[in-house]
Design a protein around this ligand. Structure first.
Ligand code: NAD
Length: 247
């Protein structure tokens, strides 16, 4: 797989799965716009690692829930890196609690970040992709968006929403040569899952046929494939990366 000459924008790329995607795609030759919301230092570390590989990269601050910040981020990517060919909507959050304890704030912030954020960034990026008649959009959903989970109604709704959204725009954008796919990670060892108790982690492990948690690189490898020309005949698909958790 070769991504030489491609420009990739990844939201929430200063750590975890987003960071792994940035490094993998840079290794394959792409230039990377590393979006972050608050952690400038970590984002710049990712940029420095990419530059060490001899590839171009820049860190761009933007909250994916704020339309004008998102539009500026897309403009800056194109101005600084020369194009925008591949978008990875990775930024996401959880605010887990059972429904009767879930307040509107917990609900809104999760839907706003995980679903409205995907809408805003995709809309801004696709205006450019439509004009250039090429693009790849890869959205990160979750096993919870498919199989559900008690205590995660807000997160499950947002991640199921990402799937419906992605399939719809895959149909809309296919005539413009823009492919849209979704990856569905299971349990991946990142800061997001670090706050689970050992007991919760052990329970999850029992449900994974491959008997290990995923690594951010397991997700990044599939995202890189979906970004490459080797996947040019794939659109509107949901690819599970979960060690067999959900078959
Ligand atoms: P993470 O918490 O390490 O990364 C999420 C990133 O999103 C962080 O860098 C965070 O700063 C950024 N972010 C949050 N809100 C933002 C905003 N408003 N604007 C811009 N950036 C924002 O977690 P991760 O595990 O690397 O998660 C990456 C994606 O993968 C998320 O969408 C998550 O829902 C999804 N996912 C993770 C797992 C898992 O087990 N870790 C499983 C399924 C899906």
């Amino acid at each position: 797989m070769d991504l030489t000459g491609r420009v990739v924008l990844i939201t929430g790329a200063s750590r975890g799965i987003g960071r792994a995607c940035a490094l993998k795609m840079a290794e394959l030759g792409a230039c990377i716009a590393v979006n972050y919301s608050t952690n400038k230092e970590k984002a710049e570390e990712v940029v420095a690692e990419i530059k060490k590989m001899g590839k171009e990269a820049c860190a761009i601050q933007a909250d994916v829930t704020v339309q004008n910040e998102v539009e500026e981020m897309v403009k800056y990517t194109i101005k600084y890196l020369g194009s925008l060919d591949i978008l990875v909507n990775n930024a996401g959050i959880t605010r887990d609690t059972f429904l009767l304890r879930m307040n509107e704030k917990d609900w809104n912030i999760v839907l706003n970040t995980n679903l409205n954020g995907v809408f805003l960034v995709t809309k801004a990026a696709s205006k450019y992709m439509i004009k250039q008649r090429y693009g790849k959009i890869i959205n990160i959903s979750s096993v919870v968006g498919i199989a559900a989970n008690a205590g995660q109604a807000n997160y499950a709704a947002s991640k199921a929403g990402v799937i419906g959204f992605s399939k719809s725009i895959a149909k809309e954008f296919a005539p413009r040569n823009i492919m849209v796919n979704v990856v569905v990670p299971g349990f991946i060892d990142t800061d997001m899952t670090n706050n689970l108790t050992e007991q919760q982690k052990a329970e999850i492990l029992k449900q994974i046929p491959l008997k290990r948690y995923g690594k951010p690189e397991d997700v990044a490898n599939v995202v890189a494939f979906l970004a490459s020309k080797e996947s040019n005949y794939i659109t509107g698909q949901i690819i599970h990366i979960d060690g067999g958790m959900n078959m």
